[in-house]
Write a protein that binds this ligand. Structure first.
Ligand code: SF4
Ligand code: SF4
Length: 427
């Protein structure tokens, strides 16, 4: 495509207004309002950029209400880079618009200064356990009670034990070396899932390295428009994995994977880091991209005769365009018990921290997702992202269906939750 003569840093001019993205957009599906559609938002981003709309609460509302799910990007025939445009616009909002103090507190402190740091997150979650132990949830204000409902009541802590590199099982005879991205929320909320992921990688013939010095991928900051902070996280991770000297970098959280794969564009304007970022991004693989299909399971993966379904995490399906392999892995283990979920790739309302910043729309989408799950009759729901796991679990509990299990794909395939069989190599 010829470069546009009009400055277009966010890429809005690529949109040909065809409207093909509208039926893929969760907020448009819920509201039927063009302002809450990708096309409407792109028009708005352009108007903001050209100074035809003010950077103030009313005009920015539609941008805030976007989930950043990128379903629109995946179906767009014109290749509109919607995710990058949204990040650019949110970066500008951060610079040009001062939010009310409560929103600033939630976004800039609670979300950006707590979630990316496992120790702080662990501390922040401690009061939730106390409130539950005292049974005083019902006395809390509604928004706090809703946020509390997302926190798992039982958080196992499974350490990834160091092991000798030679102990990986290599079905094909060759042991490969993979770096594992442990994440920031995963070790606190889903440490058993991390251990199970490493166990699967071991079984698939990978020696798994857990490079010290790695940290949050920067997704929360990038999606919130804090691009400089996201770049700082990216540099730290690139350095840590370069030191480990691994061929592939494996991640089991869809949201983190999509950000890690985009480090090349995040640091494209930084001459000292652009090449390293591009090289790093090319090595990143979602877990489902490196496991063999079928993956041998060590035990029946679900109660025989009960149905199993799969929910697409947005940042796996839309941002990374990975929909077939995770389904094939689930189908291979579930066999005839697999049932397809209607609207499987429509966002569940979690969207990073969207369920905290936009609880009303998040609840509508959660309800929509839960209705579809209940209609399938499934007793097991599989997905690949921590936010989806929390959102769907909370929704099922609220619907009186808390006995339906919601599992990360790694937990489903290993089926030895909490056994801690994953072994990592220390470097
Ligand atoms: S599908 Fe793409 S080109 Fe068509 S309206 Fe949506 S963003 Fe614009
Ligand atoms: S990112 Fe998702 S919510 Fe936002 S406009 Fe695109 S499809 Fe709609």
């Amino acid at each position: 495509m010829k470069p546009s003569p009009i400055p277009d840093p966010s890429g809005t001019l690529a949109c040909i207004h065809c409207g093909l993205c509208l039926s893929a957009c969760p907020t448009y599906l819920e509201t039927g309002d063009e302002n809450q559609s990708p096309r409407g938002r792109i028009h708005r981003m352009r108007a903001l950029e050209e100074g035809r709309m003010p950077w103030e609460a009313d005009t920015l509302r539609a941008i805030d209400l976007c989930l950043g799910c990128r379903a629109c990007e995946a179906v767009c025939p014109s290749g509109v880079p919607y995710g990058a445009m949204l990040e650019h616009t949110r970066d500008q909002i951060g610079k040009r618009y001062r939010r009310p103090w409560l929103q600033r507190l939630l976004r800039r402190v609670a979300i950006e200064q707590v979630f990316p740091y496992p120790e702080r997150l662990e501390l922040a979650l401690a009061p939730a356990d106390v409130v539950r132990a005292l049974g005083i949830e019902r006395w809390l204000p509604g928004p706090i009670r809703d946020a509390l409902a997302l926190v798992p009541s039982r958080r196992e802590h499974v350490e990834l034990a160091p092991f000798s590199p030679a102990t990986a099982v290599a079905p094909g005879g060759t042991v490969r070396r993979a770096g594992f991205v442990a994440g920031c929320a995963m070790p606190v909320l889903f440490s058993a899932t991390n251990a199970n992921t490493v166990a699967l990688l071991n079984r698939a013939g990978f020696d798994v390295v857990l490079p010290p010095g790695q940290g949050c991928c920067g997704a929360l900051h990038a999606h919130g428009g804090q691009l400089d902070e996201a770049r700082a996280f990216a540099r730290r991770n690139i350095e840590a994995f370069e030191r480990a000297g691994v061929g592939v970098v494996v991640v089991n959280a869809a949201g983190c994977g999509s950000t890690l794969k985009e480090y090349g564009s995040l640091l494209a304007d930084d001459p000292a880091w652009a090449g390293r970022a591009k090289d790093f991004a090319a090595r990143v693989r979602d877990l489902t991209e490196v496991l063999p299909v079928p993956m041998p399971t060590s035990a029946p993966a679900h109660p025989p005769g009960s149905r199993v379904t799969y929910h697409d995490a947005c940042h796996l399906a839309h941002a990374q365009r990975i929909t077939r392999t995770p389904r094939d892995l689930v189908k291979a283990a579930a066999g005839a018990d697999y049932v397809e979920l209607p609207e499987a790739d429509v966002c569940c309302g979690s969207a990073g921290t969207y369920n905290l910043t936009e609880p009303e729309m998040a609840a509508r989408l959660q309800h929509r997702k839960i209705s579809h799950i209940l209609a399938t009759g499934a007793r097991t729901v599989i997905t690949t992202n921590p936010g989806c796991l929390l959102q769907i679990r909370a929704g099922l509990i609220a619907a009186g269906a808390g006995d339906i299990e919601v599992l990360h794909l790694a937990d489903y395939l290993v089926r030895e939750p909490g056994s801690g069989t994953g072994r990592v190599t220390t470097v």
